[in-house]
Design a binder for this molecule. Structure first.
Ligand SMILES: [Fe+2]
Ligand SMILES: [Fe+2]
Length: 180
């Protein structure tokens, strides 16, 4: 993998002028898929802090909507690609993560089906965030270090194409909804 990276960086030097940012991002996402998961986790932490720290109704509502979307997308990538491919690193821990995802998925689905203005939504959102923040902490501290010596490029490539398809499908669904 390292040779491949070196070769790529030589090409990148030659084409530096016309290399756009999205290409650079996709290259990193393939070789360092854990960085992509970590940046999703950071986004969730930031949005959770905004939701918890603000008293402005609109700000909280917007943060809540973004949280539901971010957690939904992140969970699909982990469940469909990352967990199955990394299961052999610690089967019991992956099974535990999958159980936690099911619980969070239920809460996310309930919240997506209700108005975020309802008083009950605050309690459910808070419960969901407690679970998610504990879960991502455990992924980072107890699971990711187990993957340090692995070649992550194959799973990175798969995660990236899964995410691209998911985003494409979500855009099509919201397009259809907007035309109705
Ligand atoms: Fe997870
Ligand atoms: Fe995660």
């Amino acid at each position: 993998m390292r040779c491949f990276v070196k070769q790529r960086s030589k090409e990148a030097d030659m084409n530096d002028d016309n290399e756009d940012l999205s290409k650079r991002h996709s290259w990193d996402a393939i070789n360092h898929p854990l960085d992509g998961l970590l940046s999703d986790h950071e986004l969730v932490r930031k949005l959770a802090a905004t939701w918890r720290g603000s008293s402005d109704k609109e700000v909280r509502k917007q943060a809540a909507g973004q949280l539901l979307q971010a957690i939904h997308t992140h969970s699909r990538i982990e469940e469909s690609v990352f967990y199955p491919r990394m299961r052999d690193a610690d089967e019991a821990m992956i099974a535990h993560f999958e159980q936690e995802h099911l619980k969070v998925d239920d809460l996310v689905a309930t919240l997506q089906g209700m108005s975020l203005d309802e008083p009950q939504a605050d309690r459910l959102m808070s419960e969901m965030l407690d679970s998610v923040l504990r879960h991502i902490e455990q992924e980072e501290k107890e699971f990711f270090p187990k993957l340090e010596s692995r070649d992550m490029a194959p799973v990175g490539l798969e995660m990236q194409s899964f995410e691209a398809n998911l985003i494409h499908m979500q855009a099509q669904i919201s397009d259809t909804g907007a035309r109705r």
